[in-house]
Design a protein around this ligand. Structure first.
Ligand SMILES: *Cc1c(COP(=O)(O)O)cnc(C)c1O
Length: 430
C-alpha cells in the first residue's frame, strides 16, 4: 500500500502492518530466529551478492524489524530505514558509513552527552576529526567545512538544552558544499513534531529508546535515509564506486535513492553488529501506534507544569521552550509542530542538599536518566550525569547544583503537580 498520502496518525498505525501477511494477523508477528533457510544455492548466492532481496541472518535483517523499519520510513517520508540496537549505534553507523580516517565531520555544539563523548573520544581514535562549531549557526558550521568534510551533524532540539538550530539555513549551507546533513531527531518524535527532511536534512537518526518506544521498555535506534542526496559528487567512493566487499558492486547505481541506507546495513550493521532484537522491534511497533497521542498529552502536561513552577517560590528559573522568553522559542515554533516541548529544565531556589532532598521526596515522579517515557521523570545532573565534572566545568556546561531536567509522562498532570508540591514541602523549600 502507498502510505505517502495518508495522515501521520494513520501511518503510525498502518504502515508496515501488511508487510508480512502470511497469517493475516492484526498484530505484527515476532520472528525469534537467528537465520533463514535458503531454498536453493542459487537463491542464496543472489542474497549474498545483493541482487536478490530477502533474509539471510538476523544481524542483517528480520521480518519483524523490517515491518518496523517500513513504518518509520513511512512516517518520515524517507526512502528507507535501518533499525539498530540503540541511538548511539545509529549515530556511529551513520557517521562511519560516510567518514573514514583522515576525514572530518562538523557538528553543532548542542549535543547529547553520549554523542559528545563518541565524537570527542571514540571517533578521534578511529582517525575521524570532529569539528564542533562555536555556535549552532549556518555561518559557524559552514566556516568549518572543507574538502575532507563528510557530513554536518546537529540535533533538531538539543538534549538537554532544548536548543533548536536553524535547520533550514544549515541544510542549505551543507547542500551548497556537497556534504550530507545528518539530524538527530530524537526530540522531534519520529517526525510527528519535526520532520528534518522538510528542512533540508538528508539523513535522520533517532534514539527509539525515547518517544518511539515511549514506555521505557527497550533500547533502540533508527537511521532514516531521505533519498535526497547526490552521492555521485565524487566525495563518496564507498557509495558511488566499486564496493570491495561485494565484487565491485556500485551501491548508488544499484540502489539509487536507497544507496545510503543499504550501505549502512550491508557494511555498517554487518560489521559492527548492533542489531536489534525482533521482540524489541515489536515493542517499537506498538509504541509507534500511540506516538502522536502520547506526545500531545506530554506537551500539555509540560505546559501546565511549567506554568505552576514559574509561579512557585521554591523555583528560581524555568527554562521551557513554550515560553516566549526561552532563547530558542522562535526556532522551535518554526521547525516544530503542536508546541514543541515535552521536556523542561528548572532551577530550584535552594542548595545541592535541598535539591537532593526534593528529588528523594518525589513519590510518583521517578528519578532516572530518561525522557519520553510514560512515567514522569526528573534527572538531577549535578549528582548523576555530570557528577564527575569540576565546579567550573559544571558552570561551563550550564549545570548548576539545583538544576533538574523534567520529562512529563502520561499521568494526570494534576497528580504530577501535587507530587512536586509535596516534595517541595518535604525538602523544606517552601
Ligand atoms: C538518548 C539520546 C541518544 C542516545 O540514544 P540511546 O538509545 O540511549 O543510545 C542520542 N541522542 C539524543 C538526542 C538522545 O536523547
Amino acid at each position: 500500500m502507498d502510505y505517502t498520502k495518508l495522515g501521520f496518525e494513520t501511518r503510525q498505525i498502518h504502515a508496515g502492518l501488511d508487510r508480512d501477511n502470511a497469517s493475516c494477523s492484526r498484530g505484527t508477528a515476532i520472528y525469534p530466529t537467528a537465520a533463514y533457510r535458503f531454498p536453493t544455492c542459487e537463491y542464496a548466492a543472489g542474497l549474498f551478492e545483493l541482487s536478490q532481496p530477502g533474509n539471510i541472518y538476523t544481524r542483517l535483517q528480520n521480518p519483524t524489524t523490517s515491518a518496523y523499519e517500513e513504518r518509520v520510513a513511512a512516517l518520515y517520508g524517507g526512502s528507507g530505514a535501518l533499525a539498530v540496537a540503540s541511538g548511539m549505534s545509529a549515530i556511529l553507523i551513520a557517521v562511519t558509513s560516510l567518514a573514514e580516517a583522515g576525514d572530518n565531520i562538523v557538528a553543532s555544539p548542542y549535543l547529547y552527552g553520549g554523542t559528545y563523548n563518541l565524537f570527542r573520544h571514540t571517533l578521534r581514535k578511529l582517525g575521524i576529526e570532529v569539528r564542533v562549531a562555536t555556535e549552532a549557526t549556518a555561518e559557524a558550521i559552514g566556516g568549518l567545512i572543507d574538502e575532507r568534510t563528510r557530513c554536518v551533524f546537529a540535533e533538531s532540539m538539543g538534549n538537554p538544552t532544548c536548543a533548536v538550530p536553524d535547520l533550514e539555513a544549515i541544510g542549505r549551507t551543507a547542500a551548497a558544499k556537497g556534504v550530507p546533513f545528518i539530524v538527530d531527531n530524537t526530540f522531534g518524535a519520529c517526525g510527528y513534531l519535526c520532520n528534518p527532511f522538510e528542512w533540508g536534512a538528508n539523513i535522520v537518526v533517532d534514539s527509539a529508546t525515547k518517544w518511539i518506544n515511549g514506555h521505557g521498555t527497550a533500547m533502540g535506534g533508527i537511521i532514516v535515509d531521505g533519498g535526497n542526496f547526490d552521492w555521485g559528487n565524487g566525495k563518496f567512493p564507498a557509495i558511488d564506486g566499486p564496493s570491495e566487499g561485494y565484487h565491485g558492486l556500485n551501491l548508488y547505481t544499484a540502489f539509487g535513492r536507497q544507496a545510503f541506507i543499504v550501505k549502512c546495513r550491508v557494511d555498517g550493521l554487518r560489521d559492527l553488529g548492533a542489531s536489534p532484537s525482533p521482540f524489541d522491534s515489536y515493542l517499537m511497533m506498538i509504541g509507534l501506534e500511540t506516538l502522536s497521542l502520547r506526545v500531545r498529552h506530554q506537551i500539555e502536561s509540560t505546559r501546565r507544569l511549567a506554568e505552576y513552577l514559574r509561579e512557585h517560590s521554591a523555583v528560581k528559573n524555568v527554562a521551557y521552550i513554550g515560553f516566549e522568553n526561552h532563547p530558542w522559542h522562535s526556532n522551535a515554533a518554526r521547525f516544530f509542530r503542536d508546541g514543541a516541548g515535552a521536556v523542561l529544565n528548572v532551577e530550584l531556589n535552594g542548595t545541592l542538599e535541598s535539591t537532593v532532598r526534593f528529588v528523594e521526596a518525589l513519590q510518583l515522579v521517578a528519578h532516572m536518566t530518561m525522557i519520553g517515557d510514560s512515567i514522569s521523570v526528573v534527572t538531577h545532573p549535578a549528582s548523576t550525569t555530570h557528577k564527575q565534572l569540576s565546579e567550573s566545568d559544571l558552570a561551563k556546561a550550564g549545570v548548576t547544583p539545583t538544576l533538574l531536567r523534567v520529562s512529563a509522562g502520561l499521568e494526570d498532570p494534576a497528580d504530577i503537580i501535587a507530587d512536586f508540591d509535596q516534595a517541595f514541602k518535604a525538602a523544606g523549600l517552601c
